[in-house]
Design a binder for this molecule. Structure first.
Ligand SMILES: Cc1cc2nc3c(=O)[nH]c(=O)nc-3n(C[C@H](O)[C@H](O)[C@H](O)COP(=O)(O)OP(=O)(O)OC[C@H]3O[C@@H](n4cnc5c(N)ncnc54)[C@H](O)[C@@H]3O)c2cc1C
Length: 284
């Protein structure tokens, strides 16, 4: 199928994009990398009257270090994250996750902000942003607002972004020197969306983990944190008994939902498999 007819505009600055968005209301769609939106247009799952191409807006670009925060512009592509020295040094979880997103051709165009704004529960960036306690920087008619990743993902493909708002950037606290991380996803083929995945960080001293953040993705309507396991593990020496307790607590806490090809039971099982592997990796 082909997309229905639409108008197309390419503003050069953020205020211009915001006024265009305010004028057109719910009939408008922003387009960044187009790696999700173009497919939905072609399948006529979405029929906007106007596309606002934001790819010329300088304020949405670039990765910068501001004190102890890493700022990732909404237009930063998956490839830029994969190849960035700043990311490798200060947010290594993201470098580890990037190669799992589709294939390089898609990563060259798809953007950090597009992935977060779309809110796909199977996507890597929403889970990583939760794990890394990211703050979303959003501009709208009332100016700038900031919201934690913990409040941003509301439901399946639903975020706290209003139709007249643009996600401008994200700020992430930089990794401490004793931070360890684990990123793994179980997928049928490399580049496929995960059947289940885990993005985890913690601070490590010997066999003890603190400041644990464990986020599962592709198991529920949004990425979901294993809060019980985090509490159990925090500040404790990680033993096989503790790992078994954490696995049981996580399977009890998180209620997986099926997707088109995988049952909820399979995902529930994989949650435990990933957590066990993750904890062993974090203390290794
Ligand atoms: C074959 C294929 C495989 C894929 N596999 C994966 C995968 O394994 N993992 C994964 O995470 N993704 C995957 N993707 C999706 C890809 O990562 C997309 O790049 C990403 O989901 C959306 O980014 P985009 O820049 O292309 O956004 P677009 O397609 O341009 O936009 C997506 C949505 O976000 C909105 N939007 C975009 N930018 C902003 C902004 N700054 N502020 C507010 N709203 C905004 C748009 O209006 C639209 O509704 C795959 C895509 C394809 C085609």
């Amino acid at each position: 199928m082909k997309a229905a007819a639409f108008d197309y505009v390419k503003p050069k600055a953020l205020p211009e994009a915001l006024s265009l968005l305010a004028e057109a209301g719910e009939d408008a769609r922003l387009i960044a990398g187009g790696q999700t939106l173009l497919a939905t247009l072609n399948m006529r799952l979405s029929e906007p009257s106007i596309l606002i191409d934001i790819t010329d807006i300088a304020e949405l670009k670039g990765i910068t270090l501001n004190g102890d925060q890493l700022r990732i512009g909404a237009l930063v592509t998956h490839t830029e994250i994969e190849d960035s020295d700043l990311i490798a040094k200060h947010a290594p979880l993201l470098k580890a996750a990037a190669p799992h997103i589709a294939h390089r051709a898609i990563r060259n165009l798809g953007t950090w902000g597009g992935s977060l704004a779309y809110g796909d529960p199977a996507a890597e960036w929403p889970a990583c942003s939760l794990t890394l306690n990211a703050s979303m920087i959003i501009h709208g008619p009332a100016g700038e607002r900031r919201i934690s990743a913990h409040e941003f993902f509301i439901d399946l493909y639903t975020t706290s972004l209003e139709p007249d708002e643009i996600l401008v950037a994200t700020e992430i606290p930089i990794a401490s020197s004793n931070q360890v991380f684990y990123f793994h996803e179980l997928a049928r083929r490399h580049g496929d969306y995960a059947v289940a995945g885990l993005a985890a960080v913690a601070n490590k001293q010997g066999n003890t983990l603190t400041d644990c953040a464990f986020t599962f993705f592709s198991v529920a309507a949004t990425p979901v944190m294993a809060t019980q396991a985090q509490e159990l593990v925090n500040g404790q020496s990680v033993t096989p008994e503790l790992i078994a307790k954490a696995v049981a607590a996580t399977r009890a806490e998180i209620e997986s939902i099926a997707d088109i090809t995988n049952s909820a039971e399979a995902k529930q099982h994989l949650i435990g498999v990933l957590l066990e592997r993750g904890l062993k990796h974090l203390i290794a």
